[in-house]
Design a protein around this ligand. Structure first.
Ligand code: AMP
Length: 209
């Protein structure tokens, strides 16, 4: 099954995609994670993407489209995948429609206020990437990763000002995709405010029907 997870930053797409990826045994492809991995390894792609990401802006379509095309050509995508954070512009969606047939688009909905609260409280492990939250998923020891004992930091694109910028970008460039996929009769809306398990059950219901 070829799925797209759409929705604003902080809606929990990544958490849900990870769970669903295990349930359906298909890869979870997060363009944000691929960029971050490339930045960490200081690849050419990482260098190109970093300044955009740090400012809360989108990486140019051409760079992103190429990266996704290469990823989807890999063997593990032959039975399907979950795209998390792609497409994010109409241009990307048009590009994807030429190379792939998508089965369903799940649109996670959440208010701007909740988004800002969620993202600006996130803390990420510098070493293993595990994610915590200062209110809802506190580490056992403040500022220290439960998994590997390394320091937890606030990602530069998760500072309140950058989150606001990312939301503006989402509203201007990505939200038109809601209508785009509605018109193609592929879209289902899922409320992203209940518990992780409740949201997951709703996602499963939509996918099975
Ligand atoms: P995410 O973790 O999905 O919120 O992505 C983090 C950042 O990576 C975004 O704010 C963008 O700068 C960049 N990014 C991720 N996916 C895309 C995409 N499909 N198009 C352009 N930029 C992207």
């Amino acid at each position: 099954m070829k799925l797209i997870f759409l929705g604003p930053p902080g809606a929990g797409k990544g958490t849900q995609a990870e769970k669903l990826s295990k349930e359906l045994a298909i890869p979870h492809i997060s363009t944000g994670d691929i960029f971050r991995e490339n930045i960490k390894n200081q690849t050419e792609l990482g260098v190109k993407a970093k300044s955009f990401i740090d400012q809360g802006l989108l990486v140019p379509d051409e760079v992103t489209n190429n990266m996704v095309k290469n990823r989807l050509n890999k063997e593990d995508c032959s039975n399907g995948y979950i795209l998390d954070g792609y497409p994010r512009t109409v241009n990307q969606a048009d590009f994807l429609s030429v190379i792939q047939d998508i089965d369903k688009v799940i649109n996670f909905t959440l208010s701007d206020e909740q988004i800002i609260k969620r993202i600006s409280g996130r803390r990420t492990c510098k070493k293993c990437g595990a994610i915590f939250h200062i209110m809802w998923k506190k580490p056992k020891k403040q500022g220290i990763c439960d998994n590997c004992g390394s320091q937890l930091v606030q990602r530069s694109d998760e500072m309140p000002e950058t989150v606001k910028k990312r939301l503006d970008v989402y509203n201007q460039q990505t939200s038109p995709l809601i209508n785009y996929y509605k018109k193609k009769d592929l879209l289902v809306n899922v409320d992203a405010s209940p518990s992780i398990d409740e949201i997951f059950n709703n996602v499963l219901d939509f996918i099975k029907n």
